[in-house]
Design a binder for this molecule. Structure first.
Ligand SMILES: [Zn+2]
Length: 267
C-alpha cells in the first residue's frame, strides 16, 4: 500500500511493506519548496534549468522531513540506459549537491551500506524501489520507456543477486508515482520495442487510434515476476503523475519544462 504523508509542509509518499521492513524511504511531491514557476515548488533536479540554490534548499527540506542526511546521499546522471552502480562508502555524497559529481552514465544504484541514501529524480519515469530484507541490501532504478524495455528493474535485482546474494523471491518492491496507462501514449517505434522485449506485450499495450497506450507499471512489474519476484511483494502506487500535476512534476503534462520529484531509499 502507498500512502501520502506530510511533515513541516513537505509531502511525501511511502510504501507500507518497506516501512514494515524498517527501510527509510520516500517519494517527494512538489509542495513545500522554494522554487518558482515552472518549477514550483519542491523541484529536486539540479539539471532542469531551475535555480540551483533553490534546489539545494528543496533537497535539504525533503531529507529533513525524512530524517535522512543529504550530505551522504548518492545520486547518478540518469541517461535512460541500463547501467547499474554498486554504491560503497566512497560514493557517499556524490551528486547530492553538485550535479556534475553524480555517478556518470548510470540509471540504477544498489548498496548494502547503512545510512547511505540512494537518491534519483523523476518527472513521469518510473521509480522502482527494491529491498532485500534477508541480506539487508537495497536498490533504486530509473525506468522510463527505454530503461523499462532494457529491463533495468530486472537487471537491478540480478545485480543485487550477484553482489549481495539477493534472492528475487525475498525482494520487496515499490513502483512509485509515474505516468500511468491512462496518460502514456507511445508511437509504433516504442510499441515495436515493447513487442520485441516482452512476449506478453498484448497485456502491456492498448491500441489508441494510430498510436498505443503503454502500461509502464505493469511492464516493470511483470519483468520482475519473470525472474521470481513474488507478485505479493510488489506494490504499485497506482498514482499517475500526469493526472496529478498539481501534486507531482510531469514532463508530459507540462510539455517538458518542469521540475523533478525525488525517490530516496536508505538502510
Ligand atoms: Zn494519468
Amino acid at each position: 500500500m502507498f500512502t501520502l504523508k506530510h511533515k513541516n509542509g513537505i509531502w511525501y509518499g511511502t510504501f507500507q511493506h518497506l516501512t514494515d521492513a524498517k527501510i527509510k524511504h520516500g517519494i517527494s511531491a512538489r509542495l513545500g519548496g522554494v522554487s518558482k514557476v515552472p518549477y514550483a515548488t519542491l523541484d529536486l533536479g539540479l539539471h532542469t534549468g531551475d535555480d540551483k540554490a533553490a534546489v539545494r534548499e528543496n533537497r535539504g527540506r525533503f531529507f529533513q522531513a525524512l530524517e535522512l542526511d543529504l550530505t551522504k546521499a548518492a545520486t547518478c546522471e540518469q541517461v535512460h540506459a541500463d547501467r547499474i552502480a554498486i554504491v560503497t562508502e566512497e560514493d557517499a555524497g556524490k551528486g547530492a549537491e553538485v550535479y556534475e559529481e553524480a555517478l556518470q552514465g548510470i540509471d540504477a544504484l544498489i548498496t548494502n551500506v547503512k545510512d547511505l541514501p540512494l537518491l534519483l529524480f523523476f518527472a513521469d519515469c518510473v521509480p522502482i524501489l527494491i529491498v532485500d530484507p534477508v541480506h539487508r541490501a537495497i536498490g533504486l532504478s530509473h525506468a522510463g520507456w527505454k530503461g523499462t524495455v532494457a529491463k533495468i528493474g530486472q537487471k537491478t535485482i540480478l545485480a543485487m543477486q550477484q553482489h549481495f546474494a539477493t534472492k528475487p523471491e525475498d525482494c520487496l518492491v515499490g513502483i512509485a508515482p509515474s505516468i500511468g496507462p491512462c496518460c502514456y501514449e507511445v508511437d509504433d517505434v516504442v510499441a515495436e520495442k515493447v513487442k520485441a522485449a516482452f512476449p506478453y506485450w498484448e497485456d502491456l499495450l492498448t491500441p489508441q487510434g494510430r498510436r498505443w497506450r503503454l502500461n509502464l507499471w505493469k511492464t516493470n512489474q511483470r519483468q520482475l515476476e519473470d525472474i521470481g519476484v513474488n507478485p505479493k511483494n510488489i506494490a504499485v502506487s497506482q498514482v499517475c503523475t500526469s493526472c496529478n500535476k498539481e501534486l507531482f512534476f510531469s514532463y508530459r503534462a507540462e510539455q517538458g519544462v518542469t521540475g523533478r520529484i525525488g525517490a530516496v531509499i536508505s538502510l
